[in-house]
Design a protein around this ligand. Structure first.
Ligand code: 3EB
Length: 350
């Protein structure tokens, strides 16, 4: 099959890309597909997930889509272990945990527990090949993220616990991450993430101080995440990105300027990552935006579409960003998001 390969042909990908889509559909219909690794349902309505691959996050979505769907490329198996849920197509590992803060006395010890539990799953999990899972990405959602002053802010407590618990889950360095606040009043810490058979590469933003090097003024424990992870499938998993330059928030009170600065930071990450590898053919960009004030949603939507007219997908959610002066945060994936590895390999010339 590769007999006619020339140096111009893309290398056969050792890891097929994760497929990511935003949709509005009944969750049960999506879960019937055997290639579905995870379905994230956004909205402040009541939902009681029964399938290990289904996560409900109580952040309202603006616009039609309210589901994010991850698909693998082979049959998916899934299960539960204690508070954890997981699924795998034998290339990727999805995992999720929800921890009630009450028995832990708040977000700090809940976060430490959540990350230790994820670490235990990762220590025990093996793909069929016998290989371990390497974490590429974490998402964190907690209630009232900005409540409490100074070092007593709930986000800072969360960071301290995460920093203590994350060891086993960050054997290859810190992965990309997002941390966003809900306001549903449920003191429930939700952490989910993605691992893969092959480790990713951390990418930092040259315009920003690495989060794990933030100075003391931002809290006793710096946030433990990389600005992005480049995967072996040629995808760039972009962390929650905001209007931060150096370590300082920019354009307080000016949403339009924060949108532009945030998109500048996303562009710099894409450029920095492409400098380190061959850009993926047929790359597309899929973004999720979080707005503190729903009144800013239309401006965020149009600001993103003007800068990225060929956008492959956009989901705008109402959520709190972990610094009070920040009004918008954007995360996403760049790369062959919709392509199916099998198609690309079957028709190399098309
Ligand atoms: C920042 O640049 C904005 O604590 O996991 C962005 C992404 C932010 C992830 C996290 C925090 C986190 O510092 C905040």
């Amino acid at each position: 099959m590769q007999a006619n390969a020339t140096p111009a042909d893309p290398p056969v990908q050792a890891l097929p890309p994760l497929r990511i889509d935003y949709a509005r559909a009944p969750v049960a219909d999506v879960l019937r597909d055997g290639d579905v690794l995870a379905v994230f349902e956004f909205g402040t309505h009541v939902s009681a997930p029964a399938d290990p691959r289904h996560v409900h996050v109580a952040l309202d979505a603006i616009g039609p889509a309210q589901l994010e769907v991850w698909r693998g490329s082979q049959a998916v198996t899934c299960g539960r272990e204690g508070m954890l849920r997981w699924s795998s197509d034998d290339h990727y590992l999805f995992f999720a945990i929800e921890v009630d803060e009450a028995p832990f006395g708040g977000p700090e010890h809940a976060a430490e527990h959540a990350y230790r539990e994820i670490g235990r799953l990762l220590d025990g999990f093996r793909f069929v090949s016998g290989g371990r899972a390497h974490v590429l990405r974490f998402w964190n959602y907690l209630d009232a993220i900005n409540e409490g002053d100074g070092d007593d802010e709930r986000y800072r407590h969360f960071c301290s616990g995460r920093a203590r618990g994350i060891d086993s889950a960050s054997r290859n360095g810190f992965p990309a991450a997002t941390a966003i606040g809900r306001h549903d009043g449920r003191r429930l810490l939700q952490v989910y993430g993605l691992g893969a058979r092959l480790a990713g590469t951390a990418i930092e933003n040259p315009r920003q101080v690495s989060a794990w090097r933030y100075p003391r003024e931002y809290g006793p424990s710096p946030p433990t995440f990389a600005r992005a992870t480049r995967t072996h499938a040629g995808q760039l998993l972009v962390s929650g990105t905001a209007a931060v330059i150096g370590h300082a928030s920019q354009h307080a009170g000016d949403t339009a300027a924060q949108i532009e600065e945030t998109l500048n930071n996303v562009d710099v990450l894409l450029a920095t990552a492409e400098g380190s590898s061959v850009p993926a053919a047929g790359a597309s960009l899929v973004l999720k935006a979080y707005v503190r004030d729903p009144a800013d949603a239309a401006a965020v939507d149009s600001g993103i579409r003007v800068r990225h007219p060929a956008l492959g997908g956009l989901l705008v959610l109402v959520g709190d960003i972990c610094r009070r002066e920040l009004r918008v945060e954007i995360d996403g994936v760049h790369g062959p998001v919709r392509a199916q590895a099998t198609d690309a390999q079957a028709r190399p010339g098309s």
